[in-house]
Design a protein. Structure first.
Lengths: 435, 332
């Protein structure tokens, strides 16, 4: 398979001295040194020689495999005022990510090898951490004709998605699954039945009834999830479900998985931490698609994340210009940023109260998404490239509008106190972030 | 040069901006607030019986009416309410203003804020617009209707009308009939009526009764016969302009009228009928019902004036913080 991640790499020599090395996939959890020679993990042991290496003091910190975000909007090309490859990958590095995947709903849409090729060239020199680019399933994401999927795969597409909108016609969705046998890349689906979600501003339920917002019912998602799983079952093909939000969708996913359908799914930090009650604030930074749903949905998502039915955490990092979000809720675009806050908020809101094991969180933010897209899993083992994150689980911080590396600050966590910070990120053998 | 030890005394610090009170949603009010506003409305009602109707209460204060949606009774009654209290009033309509040139609500709010208005009254098609204006001006904000969300002064004038007509609100049963889904009037009224101890039943076609609205504390029925139990039948406007083409909430207005139109024979004698206006006669309400003696529709309009006077007066004079400011002004 051709390479699908593009960005800077390095051959740094580093010794991390005395951290708690925690790699749930490799089954490592002990206080020990790690030495990196030429960007590769060369030794794991007690009292390692530093040689001439740079020494990073790790005492009291956790060294884990760095994170992989399978769902980022880099807004490039077209809206470089909101995010570009440099700012987006800087934000990723600051959040502990060693690799991210960018969605193709840009302007123009990433639906041809030429648009994809330009992004790949840009990423090779500008990306602080390696980036993969998904290409569109349909031309212009219009849902009418398939893109040239084989050529796109050869040009380095990491997968295919019309994210932002569903593939509405079932026949076209079926053709995409069929043809992808030749392209051989993951297909990632935004499940939304548009006639049911039309006019929807938030989850349909008691809160939308009271506030008067147009409802976006859970069934608008789960109906499309059921359809796509039925097509995957019929064709015997794999698919990946983006940003699940509803309990009913989780039930459809579990049923299909138990029948042997090769279906994977992801969930966002905001769907794991918030419910539609948050919309009472009328803050446009809690407006996203799919919308925040009811408590029973949140609980079902968390349970599915714990048991592995949902194997990945994705930020759906969606930067928006300040002036576009500083409008009444109804006029604001959907989407919030998440790269720089994902680990901290999940550690604060789920791990510290005992709702999620730290090991599970680390796995679902790293190996989980990597496996779905066939990427090399970040791991702490001799011979593996240095894709590492050094975490301070005691330190607290407060996200503020001016503190982000991202060009946009439409975060739902402005002013919140979060526990857990990223002290250093190494991506592809290179220090991409250091606090 | 001698060391200067700055002596910071409270009164030398720049004055802190007092927290501004707004009227954005009935949900923000306590029962006492409503009772106070209704009592104040009664006082103003008596004052309007005098030959000279203008009171000097808000002389020197500025009220800005900012209307992004067409409105006859709400904008005119806010304007007259402010004038009756001797405030200076400036009315801005979205058409023909900078809004037409694409100015954002935030910038409009900042611009208006430069004139130091005391109150900004805003009507806007989008939920949350008054909250946004409150963020960017230092004025008290009064919501005159934001999208399908809230229309608090309408609910207050309806409470006032009911109280005047029936002597109280506690224990009454009010049926609200029609397009609840698209109605800010219904949402504000449900909250206001429940707050004051009434019982509320929402009646209408299934797709126009929002799923989950029972959580507010009201009951629902899809059968028009449910209105017979009520003391007051509150008829909502069938908002044709809000119906998305082809949305099929109901198959036709004709069928709506046949099933849910409020007619004489669906009412019990002695039931009071209300409507926020403007009415679609022959659609949600029968001509005969609209004009009958038990219809309170014109009284609602009259109530609108005194209730809005009470709201403006209360925001600008009530509360310890505001009283202090007033005293300082008098000394100066």
């Amino acid at each position: 398979m051709t390479a699908v991640l593009f960005g800077q790499s390095g051959m740094e020599n580093v010794v991390v001295r005395g951290p708690r090395v925690f790699d749930p996939t490799e089954g490592v959890d002990e206080i020990i040194d790690v030495r990196i020679d030429g960007g590769i993990v060369a030794a794991i042991g007690l009292d390692l020689d530093t040689n001439e290496h740079r020494v990073v003091e790790g005492a009291g910190l956790v060294l884990a495999p760095a994170f992989v975000d399978p769902h980022v909007h880099l807004r490039t090309p077209g809206r470089e005022d909101e995010e570009d490859i440099t700012s987006g990958t800087r934000a990723a590095a600051a959040g502990g990510y060693c690799a991210i995947l960018a969605m193709p709903n840009t302007d123009p849409v990433v639906d041809s090898a030429s648009v994809l090729g330009a992004l790949v060239e840009q990423a090779r020199t500008e990306a602080e951490v390696p980036v993969g680019f998904l290409a569109a399933i349909t031309r212009g994401q219009k849902g009418e004709e398939l893109t040239e999927m084989v050529e796109l795969a050869e040009a380095g597409a990491a997968g295919f998605s019309d994210d932002g909108r569903p593939v509405v016609a079932p026949s076209l969705m079926r053709r995409a699954l069929q043809y992808n046998v030749a392209a051989g890349r993951p297909i990632a689906l935004h499940c939304e039945e548009p006639t049911l979600s039309r006019g929807g501003q938030m989850h349909e339920g008691a809160v939308s009834a009271e506030l008067g917002f147009g409802g976006y019912p859970a069934v608008a998602e789960s109906l499309m999830v059921a359809r796509d799983l039925a097509l995957a079952r019929y064709e015997g093909e794999a698919l990946h479900l983006l940003h699940l939000s509803a309990r009913e969708s989780v039930e459809e996913l579990r049923a299909a998985q138990s029948e042997g359908v090769r279906a994977t799914a992801e969930v966002t930090p905001h769907h794991l931490c918030l419910t539609d009650e948050a919309v009472r604030s009328l803050d446009s930074n809690v407006k996203m698609n799919p919308p925040l749903r009811a408590e029973e949905d949140r609980v079902a998502l968390l349970e599915a994340l714990r048991d592995g039915s949902i194997a990945a955490i994705a930020t759906d990092h969606a930067p928006h210009a300040r002036h576009e979000k500083e409008v009444p809720f109804e006029g604001a675009p959907f989407g919030v940023t998440g790269l720089e806050t994902a680990f901290s908020v999940l550690y604060t809101r789920l791990v510290t109260p005992g709702l999620l094991e730290l090991g599970t969180l680390l796995e679902r933010m790293s190996a989980g998404p990597a496996r779905i897209y066939g990427l090399e899993c970040p791991r702490i083992a001799v011979g593996a490239p240095a894709n590492l994150v050094l975490l301070d689980l005691e330190a607290t911080w407060m996200p503020s509008e001016t503190g982000f590396r991202s060009k946009s600050a439409n975060s739902w966590l402005l002013g919140a106190t979060l526990q857990g910070t990223v002290a250093m990120t190494m991506a592809a053998g290179r220090t991409a972030y250091s606090a | 040069m001698a060391d200067v030890h700055p002596l910071i005394r409270d009164e030398l610090l720049p004055p802190q901006q007092p927290p501004r009170r707004h009227l954005i949603s009935i949900a923000d009010l306590e029962r006492d607030d409503v009772a106070r506003l209704l009592a104040l409305s009664r006082t103003f009602s008596r004052s309007l019986e005098r030959e000279v109707k203008k009171l000097p209460a808000l002389r020197g204060r500025t009220v800005v009416n900012l209307f992004y949606e067409s409105s006859t009774r709400t904008s005119s009654s806010f304007e007259l309410a402010a004038k009756r209290l001797s405030a200076d009033v400036m009315s801005i309509k979205a058409t023909g203003s900078a809004v037409d040139k694409g100015e954002s609500l935030k910038d409009t709010a900042l611009t208006i804020g430069c004139y130091d208005p005391d109150v900004v009254v805003i009507r806007h098609p989008e939920i949350g617009a008054p909250n946004l204006v409150a963020l960017y001006t230092s004025a008290h904000v009064v919501n005159a209707g934001d999208g399908k969300h809230q229309h608090p002064t309408q609910a207050l004038l309806d409470l006032y009308t009911i109280e005047e007509e029936l002597g109280g609100i506690e224990g009454l049963h009010v049926a609200i009939v029609g397009d609840v889904l698209h109605s800010r009037v219904a949402r504000s009224n449900v909250q206001a009526l429940l707050l004051m101890g009434a019982r509320v039943t929402l009646v209408g076609p299934p797709a126009l009764i929002p799923r989950g609205i029972e959580a507010m504390g009201c009951s629902t029925s899809y059968d028009i016969r449910a209105i017979r139990d009520a003391d007051v039948v509150y008829v909502l406007r069938m908002q044709k302009e809000r119906m998305l083409a082809g949305a099929n909430y109901v198959p036709s207005l004709r069928e709506y009228t046949a099933r849910w139109g409020v007619t004489r024979d669906r009412l019990r004698s002695g039931q009071k009928v209300m409507h926020p206006g403007p009415m679609n006669r022959g659609v949600e309400i029968d001509d005969e019902v609209a004009d009958m003696a038990d219809a309170l529709i014109e009284r609602q309009v009259r109530s609108g004036l005194v209730v809005r006077m009470a709201v403006l007066y209360d925001l600008l004079t009530h509360g310890p913080v505001e009283v202090k400011v007033a005293e300082i002004e008098e000394v100066a």
